[in-house]
Design a protein around this ligand. Structure first.
Ligand code: F6R
Ligand code: MG
Ligand code: MG
Length: 380
C-alpha cells in the first residue's frame, strides 16, 4: 500500500450493439456492479464506468500502484462478465478484446488497454481523461507535442516558471518494444523526427522536470495487433493528463483538439480519418464506422477519489465528470472533421485514404498476389 494515489484507466471492447457502435447498458451496469464490489472489498477506492463508441472504460483510483494484479483482475472480471452478457444477447464482436482464457496477473498483452499513473496528490489535482475510438496510440502524439512543446499552444511554456523548464518525453518504438526518454525544448526537433512516423513511434509518458510534480501524462500503447501476434485491432487508446499549477492549464491541454488531425484506424482499422471531438453520447460511430472519435472527461482527484459534480439522477455520492467536448464551441472542429473525412473518403480504396500496406488491419493482397504469380511477366 502506497501513500501515493494511482489513477488507472483500463478499457476493452467486449461487444456492442449495433455492429461496432456502443456497449449495451446491461454491460455497463454489470461493470458498475463489479466495480462497487471492488470498492467494498477494498481493491479500489473509487470508480467511474463510461465508454467511447464500442469501448468500455473503467476509471479507478486506489493506493496499490500501477500494474497491480488485484486491480487488473477486477477489470478483467468486469470485462469477462460483460462479454458473457454480450454473448448471451448475440451482440456484435462479443468478447473481442478478451484474447486469453485465463487471467495471468495483468491485463497487458491479454487484450484490454491500460493507462495508469501513480501520483503524489497535490493540494488540488485536476486530471483530464481522454478516450479515443477507431484509432491508435500515436493519434495522441501530435496533440501531446503541441501541449508540452509548443508555446503557440501552451503559453505557460513561456510565462509559467515551472512549465518554462520544459518537459521530458518517454517515447516507445511500438514494433521493436524499445523506449527512450528525451528532453524538450533542447531535443524538440529530434523528438519530432521520431514522432512524425506515427506508424512506429508513440508517446507513452510525459514528465515535468520539477521532481515534486513528476508524471504529467500517460497513454495506453498496447498495440493489440502486435501483442496478439497478428492483426486484431487498433487499440482505441486512452490517455491521462494532469493539469494546472506547473502543468499546462486545462484549456491549453484541450486546444490542440480544435484541429481535427488525420489519424489511422478508421473503418476496418485500415483507413485515415479526421479526429472528431465529441461528448460520450455523441461517440457512436455514425459515418463509415467513424470518423475516429475523441472524448475528454475531467475529474478532480480528491483524497484518492474522483471528484466531479453530484449527479441528481444517480444515487447519492455518484459524481459525473465534466464532458469537455460536449459544448457548441467544438461544433467548428466537428464540422471540419466531417469535411476532411468526406474528402479523404472520396479516394475510396486508394492511398492515402487507406493505410500503407504494413499497417492494414485487413488485406487480401497476399492472396491476390499468390493467385497472380504465374501471370506476372518480366518487363523488358
Ligand atoms: C471495429 C471497427 C470497424 C470494423 C468493421 C468491420 O472496431 O473499427 O470498422 O473493423 O466494421 O468489422 P467486421 O470485420 O467485424 O465485419
Ligand atoms: Mg468493436
Ligand atoms: Mg472501439
Amino acid at each position: 500500500m502506497s501513500n501515493k494515489v494511482t489513477v488507472s484507466v483500463i478499457k476493452a471492447d467486449v461487444g456492442s450493439v449495433v455492429g461496432h457502435s456502443r456497449p449495451h447498458p446491461k454491460m455497463m451496469a454489470r461493470c458498475e456492479e463489479i466495480m462497487r464490489d471492488g470498492v467494498k472489498a477494498g481493491t479500489i477506492n473509487d470508480f467511474y464506468v463510461t465508454r467511447v463508441g464500442d469501448d468500455i472504460n473503467l476509471y479507478m483510483t486506489h493506493f496499490k500502484g500501477e500494474n497491480h494484479k488485484d486491480v487488473h483482475g477486477l477489470a478483467w472480471e468486469a470485462f469477462k462478465s460483460s462479454a458473457k452478457i454480450a454473448k448471451d444477447m448475440k451482440l456484435y464482436a462479443a468478447g473481442q478484446d478478451i484474447l486469453k482464457d485465463a487471467f495471468s496477473g495483468n491485463v497487458r498483452g491479454a487484450g484490454p488497454g491500460a493507462a495508469e499513473m501513480e501520483i503524489a496528490e497535490r493540494g488540488s489535482e485536476p486530471v483530464l481523461f481522454f478516450m479515443a475510438d477507431k484509432t491508435e496510440p500515436s493519434a495522441y502524439s501530435m496533440p501531446l507535442s503541441r501541449i508540452f512543446m509548443d508555446p503557440f499552444t501552451t503559453t505557460g511554456l513561456v510565462i509559467d516558471p515551472r512549465a518554462h523548464e520544459g518537459f521530458k518525453f518517454e517515447i516507445v518504438d511500438v514494433f521493436k518494444c524499445k523506449k527512450i526518454v528525451m528532453s524538450a525544448p533542447e531535443e524538440s526537433y529530434d523528438i519530432l523526427s521520431l514522432l512524425g512516423d506515427t506508424t512506429r513511434y508513440a508517446i507513452k509518458r510525459v514528465f515535468s522536470k520539477d521532481p515534486s510534480l513528476d508524471v504529467a501524462a500517460v497513454v495506453s500503447t498496447e498495440k493489440l495487433n502486435v501483442c496478439a501476434g497478428k492483426y486484431v485491432g487498433k487499440d482505441d487508446p486512452v490517455a491521462l493528463v494532469r493539469c494546472q499549477s506547473g502543468f499546462p492549464a486545462v484549456g491549453e491541454v484541450l486546444q490542440p483538439f480544435m484541429f481535427p488531425a488525420l489519424v489511422a484506424g478508421w473503418m476496418r482499422g485500415s483507413h485515415y480519418g479526421a479526429l472528431y471531438p465529441c461528448s460520450v453520447d455523441d461517440s457512436d460511430p455514425t459515418f463509415f464506422d467513424g470518423p475516429p472519435r475523441i472524448v475528454c472527461l475531467g475529474f478532480q482527484i480528491s483524497n484518492g477519489k474522483l471528484q466531479g459534480c453530484e449527479d441528481p439522477d444517480s444515487p447519492p455520492g455518484v459524481h459525473k465528470p465534466v464532458d469537455f467536448f460536449a459544448g457548441s464551441v467544438w461544433d467548428e472542429a466537428r464540422r471540419k472533421a466531417v469535411k476532411a473525412s468526406i474528402y479523404i473518403r472520396q479516394h475510396g480504396p486508394f492511398m492515402p485514404s487507406i493505410l500503407g500496406p504494413e499497417e492494414m488491419e485487413y488485406t487480401t493482397r497476399p492472396a491476390v498476389l499468390e493467385k497472380l504469380t504465374k501471370r506476372m511477366e518480366d518487363i523488358e
